[in-house]
Design a protein around this ligand. Structure first.
Ligand code: PMP
Length: 358
């Protein structure tokens, strides 16, 4: 321990914080490493943010973000008090872990899944029990039936970084297997081909669904996410939020997020463009000899049987193309490639060809 770390609490000294994907300062790069949307936010978002700024920023925003919660609720067919909003879904997830999973019992989660879940467990002293995916990298719901002995379950659906989605019937099995525990379904990528469990919140008092505007609504830079669930779950999240930061969403984020929801045509157009590029990139990678997992997201999880993933990522980087490589057991030979514009996907394929021939 260095001298300066002697001031740290044992919890902070023991943390292994999430390591975000590279956010380069040079904008000439083809950035396919952190699953952002390749298209900018709707022009209506920019107009709404400008108008909100012109109205003045000297006053605090609405601590309840009521206008945004109403818009989200209307869009998904629920009531505004079944919605909780936060500063990106990472913050919503953090509050949910604190609110529901600190119970001296293990929290079940897939191995492999979004690595931030483990970070929250360490932060809040929650023990994580990782349940391996099956041989096809699919979540096997039978392995989660452990009512009363666990604090709850968290899954990403579609999962990250595998990109694979579970049908809603399987999510229902998870919910029925843990009637007294919260099942958190993180749907960060659902708009690219998954089935949302939001339609189940009235039937399952233990279901909390978390979504983000970072991916399908091109707003990673604005930081808006939300949770949907029964009122008693939303109340718990409000209690945590109000003990932490009563104003997580600023006036610009609230205005921009509302405008993003209102521009339905733009959302549909960009979402479809990403899904089309995904299918075309998957076909091109397959033709180059890659094994590509089926994806219901805006990224592909892929490996090449004859080429080392770390080396490929490094060589692509040298040509200004960023993809994600995880140095984790079982997936160290995989690359996660975010779907770019058609031009970005072409640049990737053009860079890969000579690398694979070498
Ligand atoms: N969940 C999953 C599965 C993700 O991949 C991400 C993005 N890295 C998030 C949540 C967080 O997204 P945000 O905080 O931008 O809403």
């Amino acid at each position: 321990m260095s001298a300066s770390q002697s001031f740290w609490s044992p919890v902070v000294a023991g943390l292994k914080p999430y390591v975000p994907g590279e956010q380069p300062k040079i904008d000439r790069l083809v950035k396919l490493n952190t699953n952002e949307n390749p298209y900018p936010a709707s022009p209506r978002v920019v107009q709404a943010i400008t108008a909100a700024a012109q109205q003045g920023l000297q006053l605090y925003p609405d601590p309840e973000s009521t206008a945004l919660r109403e818009v989200i609720a209307r869009h998904h067919g629920m009531a505004a008090d079944q919605v909780f909003v936060g500063n990106g879904s990472d913050e919503v997830l953090a509050h949910a872990f604190f609110a529901f999973f600190q119970q001296h019992k293990p929290l079940l989660m897939p191995d492999i899944s979004y690595s931030f879940y483990q970070v929250y467990c360490r932060l809040y002293g929650i023990s994580a029990e990782q349940v391996p995916l099956d041989d096809n990298m699919v979540i096997r719901v039978e392995d989660y039936r452990r009512a009363q002995t666990v604090a709850g379950v968290v899954i990403a659906n579609p999962n990250a970084p595998t990109g694979r989605a579970l049908p809603l019937a399987d999510v229902e099995q998870l919910l029925q297997g843990q009637p007294g525990q919260v099942v958190l379904v993180d749907e960060a990528y659902v708009d690219f081909g998954g089935e949302s469990a939001i339609q189940l919140i009235d039937r399952y008092p233990n279901l909390l669904v978390v979504q983000t505007l970072s991916k399908s609504r091109s707003l990673a830079g604005l930081r808006v996410g939300f949770a949907a669930g029964a009122r008693h779950l939303i109340d718990a999240l409000e209690r945590v939020k109000n003990s932490f930061n009563s104003y997580p969403l600023d006036r610009l984020a609230i205005a921009g997020a509302i405008a993003a929801y209102e521009d339905v045509d733009y959302f549909e157009q960009t979402r479809r463009a990403v899904m089309q590029s995904r299918e075309s990139l998957a076909a091109q990678l397959t033709a180059l000899g890659f094994e590509v997992l089926p994806s219901a997201t805006n990224f592909l999880f892929t490996r090449h049987p004859r080429h080392d993933a770390a080396l490929l990522a490094q060589r692509l980087r040298a040509q200004g193309i960023l993809v994600r490589h995880f140095r984790l057991p079982r997936i160290e030979q995989y690359l996660r490639i975010s779907i770019g514009t058609p031009a970005q996907c072409e640049a990737l394929v053009a860079a890969l060809r000579p690398l694979l021939a070498a």
